[in-house]
Design a protein around this ligand. Structure first.
Ligand code: GLN
Length: 529
């Protein structure tokens, strides 16, 4: 087994996850099996309770763990299914160590960062049940952060314990461009690598995020000051689509470098078919269709990362170009002015009352004007409220999330749900099966009657209102266990669908999700290419 560590320097948000996933893709194309593990140095046990403004979307794995959004990138690129073992935080690691101390597992030793915390980290580097040829281990945060230290120390120790041909270290850094001097600067990278070397780690490769190409001289300078071979100074220029990155790395022979240094034997002949597919689907087509995402985190694109990627993947597979507009549900007086120019509307998942009125306004607008609409999780719950109020005339209809004593609790926490074994507090988390009714829009999209999709919510559509709402044109087209509504749709509408689950977590580059394909197809059918 071989281990590739990825750290980041200078600033955060350099795309370590995308770099790791792209390298993983290249190695997969050589026939190797790859998995990626993420370590986040923050003290939260998992990111489930974190504000999306700080850390972006919460990704949900099939086994119901609430994880960093990088796991979504890994799944989409590598077509793997991540689990709880793919996501680790300092909080979770410290919790394990403290629990062990309370249980007396350390036989009276003084429990310390070295060796107890570092041992727990190292244990998790190798704790995967399934065996893979390559493990890519991404250490979150930036080198130089206090929180990262135990993780980097664990990497240093791990390297010493393994053969030099089993471990490879990649440092992803920024090469800033100084406009007034018209120059790319390597100094921040030099400092960052110095910081790593202070800890005892000498990177084997530097991936340089840059807005401009690195010339030979610059590569030589980075090589000299950072003590890596010149061919291991890799350029990562800003690109139109992240899915083009594996090819950019391939052209710089990143895969060969890894294969040589780690003494890996490729298991199949490398072909460039995957690159060709990506290139073909990335050719931009006109016109651009505009899709609005109406949510309360409109200022933070990362909060809707998987929806954004799912839409782009679906657009790539239909060979169309789309433009996603993030609309602030909180500013509902300006909302309709924007929605008028949109070809499709999505109300995504969310928690809490803020932005509810804007979301309801967007749904009314989509329903009345026959604009393709997709409501995800809270978005489906909002569409049930909207239809109850404005079609079924239950004016005070609401979710008990927003009004505990509402006269018409069309969305609520159900008694039936209490039989479900909850993880992460009271949430319904992870994959659940749903059965779809025949002759519905949902059935035509999935082309099958049984689906498995990922959930992250507490509230459900109240079954007591299904009969009444079905008389008004709503259809519940899928159920979990014959009780819990999973998909709703509207008759007399081009495409109006609400899903209680998160289809965005199941998109793959090689397999766009039928719900997103359906939404874009309904736009295409009206407007043409
Ligand atoms: N707040 C809603 C619930 O808990 C919806 C959650 C979501 O959209 N993920 O049921």
């Amino acid at each position: 087994m071989k281990y590739i560590f990825i750290t980041g320097g200078v600033v955060s948000s350099l795309g370590k996850g995308i770099s790791g996933a792209s390298i993983g893709k290249l190695l997969q194309l050589h026939g190797l099996t790859v998995n990626i593990i993420k370590f986040d140095p923050y003290i939260n046990i998992d990111p489930g309770t974190m504000n999306p403004y700080q850390h972006g979307e919460i990704f949900v794995t099939e086994d119901g763990s609430e994880a960093d959004l990088d796991l979504g990138t890994y799944e989409r690129f590598l077509n793997i299914y991540t689990t709880k073992a793919n996501t680790n935080t300092a909080g979770d690691i410290y919790k394990t160590v403290i629990n062990k101390e309370r249980q007396g597992c350390y036989n009276g030793a003084t429990v310390q960062v070295i060796p107890h915390v570092t041992n727990e980290i190292k244990k998790r580097f190798v704790s995967f049940k399934d065996k893979y040829d390559i493990y890519i281990i991404e250490i979150g945060g930036t080198v130089g952060d206090i929180e990262s230290l135990p993780f980097l120390e664990a990497v240093r120790q791990f390297r010493l314990e393994k053969s030099p041909h089993d471990v490879f270290h990649i440092h992803v850094t920024l090469i800033p461009y100084i406009k007034s001097a018209e120059e790319l600067k390597t100094k921040p990278t030099q400092h960052s690598v110095n910081k790593l070397r202070e800890i005892g780690i000498i990177p084997d490769m530097i991936i340089c995020r840059t807005e401009h190409q690195l010339n030979k001289l610059l590569r030589r300078k980075i090589s000299l000051f950072c003590n890596v071979h010149e061919n291991a100074v890799i350029e990562a220029l800003d690109i139109a689509s992240i899915y083009l990155l594996p090819e950019k790395f391939y052209l710089q022979k990143v895969d060969l470098l890894l294969i040589n240094q780690l003494h890996i034997k490729p298991k199949k002949k490398f072909t460039t078919t995957w690159f060709n597919q990506i290139n073909n689907s990335n050719i931009l087509h006109k016109p651009k269709f505009k899709i609005a995402i109406v949510g309360k985190y409109a200022g933070c694109k990362d909060a809707y990362k998987s929806i954004d990627e799912s839409l782009h993947i679906a657009a790539m597979s239909l060979q169309i170009d789309i433009n996603i507009l993030y609309c602030n549900a909180d500013e509902d007086n300006k909302l309709i002015d924007t929605l008028i120019y949109c070809d499709g509307i999505i109300v995504p998942g969310g928690f809490g009352y803020r932005g509810l009125n804007g979301k309801l306004k967007a749904i009314t607008f989509a329903r009345k004007n026959n604009i393709p609409f997709l409501g995800i999780c809270l978005g489906m719950q909002c569409s049930i409220i909207e239809i109850s109020r404005n079609v079924a005339n239950l004016y005070e209809a609401n979710s008990t999330e927003f009004d505990k004593n509402t006269k018409y609790p069309v969305v609520k926490i159900l008694d039936d749900q209490k039989n479900i074994t909850y993880r992460g507090g009271t949430m319904r988390l992870g994959s659940y099966k749903a059965i779809i009714k025949k002759h519905t829009l949902a059935y035509s999209l999935y082309n099958t009657g049984t689906i498995i999709e990922r959930h992250r919510h507490r509230y459900e559509m109240n079954p007591a209102f299904i009969n009444l709402l079905e008389k008004k044109g709503l259809i519940v087209s899928a159920y979990h266990n014959n009780i819990l509504p999973e998909i709703i749709e509207m008759t007399n509408h081009k495409f109006f669908i609400g899903v209680q689950f998160h289809p965005e977590f199941a998109s793959r580059i090689t397999q766009a999700h039928p719900i997103f394909i359906g939404l874009l197809n309904s736009i295409l059918n009206t407007k043409g290419k």
